[in-house]
Design a protein around this ligand. Sequence first.
Ligand SMILES: Cc1cc2nc3c(=O)[nH]c(=O)nc-3n(C[C@H](O)[C@H](O)[C@H](O)COP(=O)(O)O)c2cc1C
Length: 189
Amino acid sequence: MKVLGIVGSPRKNGNTEIMMKEVLKTAHDAGCITEMFLMSEKQVAPCDACGTCFEAGSCVIKDDMQELYGMMESAQAIVFGSPVYFGSVSAQMKAVMDRMFALLRNRSLKDKVAGTLVVTRRVGAIQTRSLLNSFCIAQGMIVAGGAIGYGREPGDVLKGVGGGIDMSAMDEARQLGTSVVRLARRLGL
Ligand SMILES: Cc1cc2nc3c(=O)[nH]c(=O)nc-3n(C[C@H](O)[C@H](O)[C@H](O)COP(=O)(O)O)c2cc1C
């Protein structure tokens, strides 16, 4: 089983990346193949609403999203990770989400497992998680769980709290990795 993590932060070695690595390490330790797509290293243009994908089922913009389409199609579980930017996902993550319109025609992600990971300094975690959860449902995915991390400077999540009672951010990351793998296995993926 392959678990893919998409990190929507433009910041290399930032908090979202740190937590995603922990999610994927947990999945790897449970016997999964893992892959990570870092927006800090990639270029994904926004959707230009050309409408070609309605007919073709694929996107005509030739950038790093083409690589990500392939990674998503071959994964059984996908974890979407984003920092909170003004109460929402980062622009980088939103570009990925909008470009995933091209996957709807063939329902390519239907019944795959999703997880959501958000990191914020202080506010906006729940609304950003809700947005990501709704997006996953719109793609036909089954959401296994989510993790929240609080922190501002890179590395803050290593010692910061999570969104749950008495849980650290890194505990939540590990729990998310476990939940995603467990659900995917129960679904026989
Ligand atoms: C453009 C921008 C907008 C932000 N908006 C919020 C916000 O609305 N609420 C908040 O608590 N933190 C906000 N932050 C702080 C980030 O969520 C926080 O620094 C987070 O740890 C960044 O994750 P990263 O290290 O993965 O990039 C914002 C940061 C930036 C750069």
